[in-house]
Design a protein around this ligand. Sequence first.
Ligand code: GLY
Length: 318
Amino acid sequence: MELQVQPKLIIHGGAGSSLHGKGGLEAVRRSLHTVVEEVYSLLLSGTTASEAVVQGCYMLENDPRFNAGTGSVLQSDGQIRMSASLMDGALGRFSGVINVSRVKNPIELAQFLQTSPDRVLSDYGSAELARELQLPTYNALTELRLQEWIQERHDNFKSTMASVVAEPELAETSNARRGTIGVVALDTNGKLAAATSTGGKGFERIGRVSDSAMPAGNYATEYAAVSCTGIGEDIIDECLAARIVVRVTDGMFLKDAMQRSFTEAHHNKRDLGAIALDANGAIAWGKTSEILLAAYHDGEQIGDTLEWTGNDELTSYC
Ligand code: GLY
């Protein structure tokens, strides 16, 4: 069967300050490549971009290595509150949940809300929706996250998790780390979608709202789609996902839109990263942080950014 459009896929598991240790790097690589392989095969078999990004998020939320779903970090009061969103580029439709607790896969709620007249729900409404959908109550806490929180409490919150959204060297001892997750896909019909999910930045105030369920952190049109990671406040201040997507929608090449947006973010001393696709199949990624945990399928092979230092370049593409 000849494909109408060659599908493309890029996913991320966070951005942060360091990636030390081969054991950590290879474990992250295995996790990300497994998701890319499975979701890309779905795209090849005709799954829509919107369904594919939900499935990718679902897999990443279920991997305790990443800070979304199972393995989410704890907030200042020791509770887990998760946020997730989905944007269907072809429909131009955003949906999401903010600070939802006791569900396994927040992205499922975001997906359900795509066809609802009320498309973004906060904590109370998300809990009501989960109850209406009869989703089983789920505890996303892992032993590692609990120990991290206890340690931070012990240190009187002196060291903040906010400066590190991905810390793969933790895998050397604990096989877990921090990091928002995101998936961006182009399907065989040339349609784009983006989905993003997070446990937040860790130790935040009760009620703090993440970028991951805002167009600042997750946005798509028929021309481009972007998912962000990093410090939510920095992403919101740059309105990064919408900024890149609008630039492409207005006629800029994805590569140039990424370069310009990341030059601005760097100038503004932001700590963030993003993955992106355009409707022509261009794949791009960028970061102002030191590392970006991303992997992609370019139609021929799987690649990743795990050893991409960036050096003087803030963005790259293929
Ligand atoms: N980017 C995830 C957060 O800051 O909540």
